[in-house]
Design a binder for this molecule. Sequence first.
Ligand code: SF4
Ligand code: SF4
Length: 479
Amino acid sequence: MTQPTPRRKIIPIKPVADPDSKIYPRSITGLFQRWRWFFVGLTQLIFYGLCWLPWNGRQAVLFDLEARRAYLFNLVLWPQDAIYLAILLTLSALALFLFTTVAGRLWCGYSCPQTVYTEIFLWIERQLEGDRPKRMKLDAAPWSARKAGIKFSKHGIWLLLSFWTGLTFVGYFTPIRELVASLSSFSFGPWEIFWVLFYGFATYGNAGFLREHMCIYICPYAQFQFVMFDRDTLLIAYDTARGEPRGSRARNAKVDDNPIETKTDIKPAGLGDCIDCSICVQVCPTGIDIRNGLQLECIGCAACIDACDEVMDKMNYPRGLIRYSTENAVQNRLSNAQIIRRALRPRVLIYLSIFLVATTITAWSLLTRLPLKVNVIRDRATLSREATDGSIENVFRLNVTNASETAHVYQVQVAGLPGLRLAEPVDIAAAAASVGSTTLVLRVEPGAAKAGNHPIQVTVSDAANPSVSITETTKFIVP
Ligand code: SF4
Ligand code: SF4
């Protein structure tokens, strides 16, 4: 029989440390730390590298605001394709719901730019100032030439990295090679200067100073994601039943193989597995104590897992006193197989189905999208008139967008009224990724249609590939 599940308890924001006091996270090694660095490397390789990747003679990914088009590898998107941006944002929101419901704060812990840059800045800080005790000592020490030199070097490297980050960001909107070339000749445009400095200083401020405050007090995702959590969401959990009562003891204190059931009988002084060393608190980048339960400040970085596993190894206790788990699993001692089964709960399956259907439709729509856009606009200055040969004439403006990266010749055909014809054949030569327009003069013989508005079709086809063809409907006016 399923047991009634108690209400989830989330401890409200109440930082362990004074919010103004600086946190000095201790360095840590271990499995999850290696995974974090893997994601730091991967995300930064993509961010710093992708803008340098050439593709079809231009930048693979470029949002060319001046030309009002975006290049994503083979895709060329125009302002008319803004719908794809809206769909992409919707899909991202759906993916976020799905991911957060299943995996909690994995994004925050491993791939969020705030976490990633804080990790990089912290690494630089450690190389110059040392680990936690040395950094604390240096900050407490009075100013000296040595301290000034270390601080100056640290901030210098941070600023250089931040500036390069700002430059890379702008390089997705202005071709990066041109940008770097203009850097050497100091010929940046005013907007480029603004955004390089803005993004650069945002990186410097966020990763160098704001750090955990961004996650705890500013990030909106952190504030609302707990709504998506339930008792089967993956989180970092301290096993209270196994760890408590906590307390220090000699390293060789006796421990049995089944500490949860019989710890009070066998362990010295009736202690749990937590030796109260506080290393899990010292490595925490937000300065919290995970042993107090699920907290909004926990960004799911898993540093406390690595730290505690190391302590457990030294004590010869089983690993996993702090571990990835779910509230249900910790309380009801669920196995990994049970955790995975519960991960596929109805709510997750619904999110997953919607996400997969929406992604498939979007991908299909993008892949089958024609590299041609056509717009027929009536010439409002000339509604309808009699031509020199006695026929009835309507004039239109035909706009053609060649959304591919090769030049094309397009042919125009018209239909919809008996004898409807072009006053003269129209062939449109369109350069690669260009927009062009021409005047369309259409005629019918008098008496071909009665007076009024008649729907007609204008078809524009690629001369070399007639399957690339678009038909637009407009109206022909017979006076
Ligand atoms: S690192 Fe582990 S043993 Fe040490 S205080 Fe934290 S939970 Fe207890
Ligand atoms: S409690 Fe653990 S997982 Fe959460 S932020 Fe601190 S170190 Fe990271």
